[in-house]
Design a protein around this ligand. Sequence first.
Ligand SMILES: Nc1ncnc2c1ncn2[C@@H]1O[C@H](COP(=O)(O)OP(=O)(O)OP(=O)(O)O)[C@@H](O)[C@H]1O
Length: 229
Amino acid sequence: MNPSPPLLDVRELVVRYGAAVAVDRVSFTLRAGETLALTGPSGCGKSSTAAAVLRLRRPAGGEVWFEGRELTRLGERELRPLRPAMQPVFQDPYGSLSPRQRIRAAIAEPLRVQGRWDAVTGPARVAELLETVGLDPAHGDRLPHELSGGQCQRAGIARALASDPRLLVLDEPVSALDPSVRAGILNLLAGLQERRGLGYLFISHDMALVRHFADRTAEMRAGRIERIV
Ligand SMILES: Nc1ncnc2c1ncn2[C@@H]1O[C@H](COP(=O)(O)OP(=O)(O)OP(=O)(O)O)[C@@H](O)[C@H]1O
């Protein structure tokens, strides 16, 4: 029997900004339920790799296979139905939510955009997502600036989960948070992964954190992966 394909299989990925090569033939795989960390110094190409995987930026070369499909040659229309399955969580919890949108509406938005909103099941789904990330129902009525950084990051995770993703691309998800709330977010992520079999591409410059949290770590330098341990 053939083993199932990896969740994500990145082959010889190249990202350029004009003539500058930010990501230089980077390859790695990620399985469902696994965390692969991308680490390395500022400017080594971690976020550019993430952006190319999510197709927020079109790669200049290489292939990105997601659940057995090659994405780099797909147009925006072909990508659209695949996008919900791969969701980003960014460093700045406030920046990833609209400042004038209440948390409940922010979590509901992916359901509406994807045509999965239903007047009966929709609100219940949002309530369930709030609970899943450890927020009270009352937090749903607030604006992002009325939440703490940790609560806001939980809301961002709930919004990502609304799309029923299989892959989360976590770009420095706890770096902007107080050390005292980091563990809570990391425990939440670990629990979600265990229950849902999510794959995590986890970007962090914090080697101690990565050693603790990731199954494998790809060490990047100057656009290349030097080793995966
Ligand atoms: N929009 C852009 N335009 C031009 N160059 C860019 C752009 N974004 C990133 N770069 C350059 O690409 C290289 C890789 O940057 P990238 O942000 O991917 O690295 P990083 O490892 O995520 O860094 P950091 O930890 O500081 O976020 C750097 O030299 C950076 O200056």
